[in-house]
Ligand binder design. Structure first.
Ligand code: AKB
Length: 321
């Protein structure tokens, strides 16, 4: 008989965590998922625990009490926020990872998911179709913490046989929850302005092309990687995955197909330097070969869905007030 998986998610209130929690509830059953975050989410339906992942004893007791078999460790500080408090970001991003790695080894957790990012690359890497394996010289503390995390992931796999798996996410675009503190956040914020038919002020320059992925693809990649047979996983640091690549100007053109009068004004700030250090597009051929990764959403499909879903959400909210 296949043993029922019991899932723990950290950072479950976040942009990815909130959607992943629902998807994992559908897959494993509501009672088999424990969502955690540093603050409560009043609207969450299911098991929710307040957890600061820096608190190892509390993490351990939640893992023991719920007989956790898989952990998705999403709690982290992202690139733009990270630059405001570099040492705090390093501490939070690395100490929480160690706590999750150690609890997984001590409590025999079967599988662990750790999100990495395109932020692991630095200015020296080829911009176009950036290869899976290249010297990693990130310019942000967030990127530095992800490179360290990737190497620790491989270390725990090599030395403790911990089945830890990871993808390097591009900027994630979804309508469910707003992202917070990232450099790619503009690509979500822009849609809130578009549906209200107001101009958007972009903190990146118009031709800054970055790798992006639609939420459904990002969630599917995560689950497909976690479900892949152990023997097919050849990368124990982190897999490149690609969805689409576009600049703020190209996204504006895509929105103008629906709102012809929509305009973006460009006012690059400190986030421009971060974005300029990242790849424009990513080579994800290793993920495709190892576990059949295949993105389904391009810029036009994503734009149409984002606008439809956000308009629906706005209408529902108005009807309730
Ligand atoms: C960020 O912008 O910091 C994140 C990322 C690309 O990892 N969205």
């Amino acid at each position: 008989m296949i043993k029922q998986e019991k899932i723990l998610i950290t950072g479950a209130n976040g942009q990815l965590g909130s959607v992943l929690a629902k998807r994992l509830q559908e897959k494993h059953g509501v009672n088999n998922v424990v969502a955690t975050d540093i603050v409560a989410d009043e609207d969450f339906v299911g098991n929710f625990e307040i957890l600061d992942v820096l608190d190892f004893e509390r993490l351990k007791s939640i893992v023991i009490q719920n007989e956790i078999t898989q952990i998705y460790h999403l709690a982290a500080i992202l690139s733009a926020s990270g630059e405001k408090h570099p040492k705090r970001t390093w501490d939070i991003n690395t100490k929480t990872l160690f706590n999750v790695l150690d609890v997984s080894v001590i409590q025999n957790v079967n599988k662990l998911f750790f999100p990495s990012s395109i932020a692991v690359y630095g200015t020296n890497a080829p911009k176009i179709n950036t290869p899976q394996s290249y010297e990693l010289t990130p310019t942000t503390v967030y990127g530095i913490s992800k490179v360290a995390g990737e190497n620790w992931a491989k270390y725990y796999f090599d030395n403790y046989d911990l089945d830890i798996r990871s993808v390097r996410y591009p900027g994630v675009i979804g309508h469910q929850t707003l992202p917070g503190g990232g450099t790619t956040d503009y690509a979500v914020d822009i849609f809130y302005k578009a549906i209200n038919e107001t101009n958007f002020e972009c903190f990146l320059s118009k031709n800054t092309t970055l790798p992006m992925i639609y939420m459904d693809d990002a969630i599917r990649a995560t689950i497909e990687l976690m479900d892949a047979p152990k023997k097919s996983i050849s990368i124990r640091t982190s897999y490149n995955i690609a969805g689409m690549s576009f600049s703020p100007e190209e996204l504006t053109y895509a929105i103008q197909k629906i709102y012809p009068n929509f305009k973006t004004l460009y006012k690059p700030d400190f986030r421009q330097k971060i974005a300029s250090s990242w790849p424009s597009s990513i080579d994800d051929s290793v993920a495709k070969k190892d576990w059949n990764w295949n993105p389904l959403f391009g810029i036009d499909e994503m734009t149409k869905i984002m606008i439809e879903e956000l308009k629906l959400k706005q209408k529902t909210k108005l009807q309730k007030t």
